[in-house]
Design a binder for this molecule. Structure first.
Ligand SMILES: [Zn+2]
Length: 382
């Protein structure tokens, strides 16, 4: 049965605002009570939406009902492929996780990791027969054409990710920092922002701009390589081939230079050791954090000047720097702003979703496809 445009709007609301009541949805959509009831009934018959009673303390009369995922309704699969581990979850309408699989890998050969994801996906297809509507996969590297991964840290190049999806399940792959930005904008700290910037520091720095919850992807889908903007020291050559990349000034490799150590093999593990040492009162380690925090704040000022966001969220080591050296981050940020912005600069906040950001964003990208874009008429449900 085709789903009406109103029906899709209602499903999107139920997904975006878990716990929304039928009356609340009717008000948001400008529907009469009778029309809302008919719409919910039709969506329930199509196994897309259900209702659950809500106890209302201290109120008489009919109990109100809350919109909820249908027990036989669609689910999306969302996965994260990280440097030494993977995770795959099944997510129902509204964002609740129904099932999780996870595993580790040595990071050498890609084929067994993709096979493990596919096997886990098949298990979820068996658990939710006929209900899986797509796979979103967050990966640590550049994604081109929706399925080709270039991950220099893993030495995986032009890797076709499609074997990670069970047969017949459409893959939507994206960079992990980009998908973390989507997660923050849809279910995290940046919900409701007009324009938000999310920055993730691990080995280097990545991120994305979201406009009303949608990623500003660029003409070829490659926007957001903020870590390779020349906000760093021009004397430092980055692995990308450019000089002065911002990412080289804020991560573990930057801390190693401050401390007089050689380039660390694992910059993220190195940065965590520096954080531990600074926490234990080591002044040299604390100086390395201050330098990285200053470089982070200065670059954020550049992005804020260029893009005029409501909010900047920080993930990964960015959250740690904001926690350990907030004064350095904020002082460098303010010093880099034009004076007219200094009275009311956008907030810099820790990401709300933490390590779950990329997974949440991967699921949300698939749900966007399943539920249809608000500006177009069609969706795979109809
Ligand atoms: Zn670079």
């Amino acid at each position: 049965m085709p789903i009406s445009a109103r029906g899709r709007q209602l499903l999107r609301l139920a997904h975006e605002q878990p716990g929304l009541t039928r009356a609340g949805a009717a008000a948001l959509l400008g529907l009469s009570s009778g029309a809302a009831t008919d719409l919910v009934t039709a969506l329930a018959q199509a196994h897309l939406l259900a209702e659950e009673p809500v106890a209302q303390a201290g109120r008489r009369g009919r109990p109100t009902r809350r919109l909820a995922a249908h027990p036989q309704g669609p689910v999306v699969l969302a996965g994260v492929l990280a440097h030494e581990s993977w995770r795959l979850v099944a997510v129902e309408l509204g964002g609740a996780v129904l099932d999780t699989s996870a595993g580790t890998h040595p990071g050498t050969d890609a084929a067994p990791v993709l096979r493990a994801l596919r096997t886990a996906g098949r298990r979820l297809e068996r658990r939710f027969p006929g209900r899986v509507r797509g796979l979103g996969l967050a990966v640590p590297g550049l994604v081109q054409a929706g399925h080709l991964l270039d991950a220099p840290m893993l030495d995986w190049h032009a890797l076709d990710l499609r074997p990670a999806a069970p047969a017949g399940v459409e893959l939507t792959a994206g960079n992990d920092a980009t998908l973390a930005a989507v997660g923050e904008a849809r279910r995290g700290a940046a919900v409701g922002t007009a324009l938000a910037i999310h920055l993730h520091v691990d080995a280097g720095l990545g991120g994305a701009v979201t406009v009303a919850g949608r990623v500003l992807a660029g003409a070829r889908g490659l926007a957001g390589e903020f870590g390779h903007m020349p906000f760093g020291d021009p004397a430092v050559r980055c692995a990308c081939g450019a000089r002065g990349c911002w990412g080289t000034a804020v991560d573990g490799s930057a801390m190693a230079r401050t401390l007089g150590d050689g380039p660390p093999r694992d910059p993220v593990a190195y940065a965590h050791r520096v954080l531990d040492r600074a926490g234990g009162g080591d002044p040299a380690a604390h100086r390395a954090l201050r330098d990285a925090g200053t470089a982070l704040g200065r670059g954020i000022a550049g992005l804020v000047t260029g893009l005029d966001p409501d909010l900047v969220t920080l993930g990964g080591l960015g959250t740690d720097l904001l926690h350990h050296v907030p004064g350095e981050v904020r002082a460098a940020f303010t010093a880099g702003l034009m004076s007219f912005r200094r009275d009311a600069p956008p907030e810099i906040a820790a990401a709300a979703l933490g390590v779950d950001g990329p997974l949440v964003g991967a699921a949300e990208e698939v749900w966007s496809r399943v539920l249809g874009d608000p500006t177009d008429g069609g969706s795979p449900l109809g």
